[in-house]
Design a protein around this ligand. Structure first.
Ligand code: SF4
Length: 430
């Protein structure tokens, strides 16, 4: 019996790909073993030097702990290593670049391990925090045409390619009744349907009509996808309460000068109008973002602009990244003329934004106290409380003796205490 284990770094698209590989490997007869698998698959990320370093550390660690096991690497760092002939010192047995990722299991069977036994007829969710709690990540699109100046992804994932809606609906229908929420993931939602003539709105609409899945959400919705048509549609479907009111809109900076250097193609004013409209349609929609500090030529004034923008905006949660200049991106060539802030300045700016994030997130959590919402229970338990995710992705701890993992319940949010929200199940009459 051949065993395997699969790791994933980075974004939710990588996580969705990992879930697909887990499924395909098991369908091909491989069995999950976290401790000493025959084959380890690592889906790498290249967005920062740190992400690349972490993948290398894992490779060395696994080789030390399980010298007899074989290691296959895929994903963005693996593609980068292969392209730039950086593989020779790494103790790996096979690399599958992004272009060939969809054939990973077939390539692995041919080149690495010989075939496993026949399909055992089942599929386990491999300790996956999403699947184990009734949520399935579905990749709807890959690649990107934007070439933002700091980003290496378009060079490693190629041009945009979308799944056709019919195939996605087939996958959703086959997920089984345990799945309560599908989370659509994309490298760039704007590019969804460029090649197929379909749209994001059609995808949501068809999922609402064709499937019985209770909740639909997006890992991220990119700034260019939020236009008047999308907002009108959001308003129309709000009463159905099936689209999770969570908008992770990566804006990257709140300074017009920096946005321009990043080649993002929008101004702070453009993005602000969109976010304010979302907030007006639904005051309880959670708006989150990614922001990069210490981009080339970011002065104290530019950073202050970002700070002021975030403070005023309806964004309640931000993920902060320190700029990491990746080889051969546009920013790599721009650095000849533009100064990069020092590491200590980047750390300082990241800390300032982290403090603002904490304040804004707390304010948003407190705003939700007193509300009722549908909640999806996930695996995490703390004493008598089980964690649940409400209709805008906020986590709420609910007192319950039973294990409600993967189940939906209506809850009331009662209080905010020690950085967390607490609530209770609303008992049905009769
Ligand atoms: S939109 Fe920009 S940041 Fe996002 S993947 Fe494309 S190039 Fe990278």
């Amino acid at each position: 019996m051949k065993t395997f284990y699969c790791y994933s770094f980075g974004c939710r698209v990588n996580q969705a790909e990992k879930e697909a590989v887990d499924r395909e490997m098991q369908m091909a007869g491989y069995v999950v073993d976290v401790r000493r698998p025959d084959i380890t698959i690592i889906n790498t990320c290249a967005i920062t030097h740190k992400a690349e370093r972490e993948a290398k550390q894992l490779i060395y660690k696994l080789k030390r702990e399980n010298p007899g096991g074989q290691i296959l690497v895929t994903g963005c760092s693996a593609t980068y290593w292969k392209k730039n002939k950086l593989l020779k010192d790494l103790p790996i047995d096979l690399v599958v670049d992004n272009i060939n990722k969809e054939f990973l299991v077939k390539i692995l069977q041919k080149r690495l391990s010989g075939r496993a036994l026949h399909n055992l007829g089942g599929y386990a969710s491999v300790g996956d925090k999403y699947l184990n709690s009734g949520r399935a990540l579905i990749k709807i699109q890959d690649g990107c045409q934007r070439f933002c100046s700091y980003c290496i992804v378009p060079y490693l994932r190629g041009n945009p390619r979308s799944e056709i809606i019919q195939n996605l609906e087939f996958r959703i229908k086959n997920l089984g009744t345990n799945i309560k929420e599908v989370i659509f993931t994309a490298i760039n939602t704007e590019a969804f349907g460029f090649d197929t003539g379909e749209t994001l709105i059609q995808l949501i609409q068809q999922t609402l009509t064709d499937s019985t899945v209770s909740r639909i959400s997006f890992g991220s919705i990119h700034p260019w996808s939020i236009n008047d048509e999308f907002l009108r549609y959001y308003k129309k479907i709000l009463p159905l309460k099936r689209l999770v009111n969570f908008f992770h809109v990566p804006i990257q900076s709140g300074s017009n000068k920096i946005l321009n250097l990043m080649k993002r193609g929008y101004s702070t004013n453009d993005i602000s109008l969109k976010l304010v409209k979302i907030r007006k349609l639904n005051p309880y929609a959670l708006i989150a973002t990614d922001v990069i500090v210490g981009f080339l030529d970011e002065s104290d004034r530019d950073f202050q602009d970002t700070y002021d923008f975030l403070k005023k905006s309806p964004i309640s949660k931000f993920h902060i990244f320190r700029f990491s200049n990746r080889d051969n991106t546009a920013a790599y060539y721009m650095k000849r003329n533009l100064k990069e802030p020092s590491v200590s300045i980047k750390i300082k700016r990241a800390k300032i934004l982290a403090k603002l994030n904490k304040e804004k997130f707390e304010a948003f959590q407190r705003l939700n106290v007193g509300r009722s919402s549908q909640a999806l229970f996930i695996t995490n338990r703390e004493g008598d409380y089980q964690e649940s995710i409400i209709d805008n992705q906020l986590p709420v701890f609910v007192e319950t003796k039973s294990d409600l993992n993967g189940q939906l319940r209506d809850i009331k949010i009662l209080e905010y205490k020690n950085d967390k929200l607490f609530g209770k199940i609303i008992e049905k009459d009769g």
